[in-house]
Design a protein around this ligand. Structure first.
Ligand SMILES: Cc1cc2nc3c(=O)[nH]c(=O)nc-3n(C[C@H](O)[C@H](O)[C@H](O)COP(=O)(O)O)c2cc1C
Length: 318
């Protein structure tokens, strides 16, 4: 890289190339066009749509979003318009520009994932799918799909048969061994894994003694979950060969670099987009500055570059 050249932020995740490693996280960027009046979508390497299911879902009753200090607690319940309306009316609008459109899929039973993906195969320009397997599997009594590695592997393998497009699975941190879910995803044929989804959290009003969410507990996101997410990414980096997309509490370029050092090839930004939808543009500019200052020729050289004398000490108590 010459002193005057603008650093190249591009990254490659198997068959998916991104012009930068910044993706908008599912549920934090609508279906992809909602922010078009206020932010340049092309500042993102890509974006993950709100999770789509086979039939429309109305989600949970309100209140289903509350700010906690710092962070967000949500129980949206994967409210969405369903695949038919999405495929016919929305998807054709989102596959423009250099930011790659990745569709998040969340379903109640395994067969529905296959159906949703099959229905989206005719929509041109979709770069890939993020299978949200952190959500409840109705056939298994509401247990999240990814908590059972056999189910994870079968689900991914079934979807793999329906598409040649790039597939990542979205894993929950609310499990004992996230690497089991990642290994099962890899065995099923996933091209990448995305982690983490929200942590289980709760907020209570001390005066009324009432929970702040109608569902009582919800999904906790934002800066405080970053250390948990870094540990999970590091754990998975030591387990699988497929690329990892790091998610959790990212608000600035240093967070991105930290996620890459522990093993991520790209990252997703969620809660922070609610405060500033233009944040990815700022982070991309800051990453270029960082690469210039530190002499980093390619972001991929950061991935898994953690310096440690102890190797993979996963789960070691303080
Ligand atoms: C309001 C809200 C809605 C979300 N909806 C989804 C969703 O539909 N599908 C999904 O996979 N993740 C969803 N998430 C989780 C995020 O994609 C992300 O994994 C999580 O918020 C952690 O990242 P963050 O700390 O940067 O927000 C949602 C998060 C929030 C805050």
């Amino acid at each position: 890289m010459t002193a005057t050249a603008s650093p190249d932020l591009s990254v490659i995740l198997g068959s998916l190339s991104l012009h930068n490693p910044l993706l908008a996280a599912s549920g934090c960027f609508g279906y992809g066009t909602e922010y078009d009046d206020v932010a340049d979508r092309d500042n993102l390497g890509g974006f993950i749509t709100k999770s789509i299911s086979l039939a429309p879902w109305k989600g949970n009753d309100p209140p289903r979003l509350t700010e906690v200090s710092p962070g967000l607690l949500n129980s949206i319940g994967l409210a969405n318009m369903g695949v038919e309306k999405f495929a016919n009316e929305v998807a054709p609008q989102i596959v423009t520009g250099k930011s790659k459109a990745i569709v998040s899929v969340a379903c109640k039973v395994m067969e529905e994932y296959e159906e949703v993906v099959a229905l989206l195969e005719d929509v041109e320009g979709i770069a890939g799918y993020e299978l949200n397997i952190s959500c409840p599997n109705v056939k298994e009594g509401g247990m999240a799909f990814c908590l059972n590695p056999n189910i994870t592997e079968e689900l991914v393998a079934r979807v793999r048969k329906r598409t040649n497009r790039w597939i990542t699975t979205k894993l929950t941190p609310n499990m004992t061994s996230v690497s089991q879910g990642a290994l099962a995803s890899e065995a099923g044929g996933a091209d990448a894994v995305s982690l983490i989804n929200t942590l289980v959290g709760m907020a209570v009003d001390w005066k009324s003694r009432r929970p702040k969410l109608a569902t009582i507990t919800g999904g906790y996101s934002g800066p405080p979950i970053k250390p948990v997410a870094l540990a999970k990414v590091w754990e998975v980096w030591n387990a699988v060969k497929i690329p990892i997309i790091g998610i959790g509490g990212i608000t600035n370029w240093k967070d991105v670099v930290e996620f890459m050092i522990v093993g991520a090839s790209a990252v997703q930004i969620g809660t922070a987009l609610y405060a500033d939808p233009n944040l990815p543009g700022q982070i991309a500019a800051d990453l270029r500055e960082y690469m210039r200052n530190e002499g980093v020729g390619s972001l991929s050289e950061l991935t898994g570059s953690l310096k440690t004398d102890r190797g993979a000490m996963v789960g070691v108590p303080a």
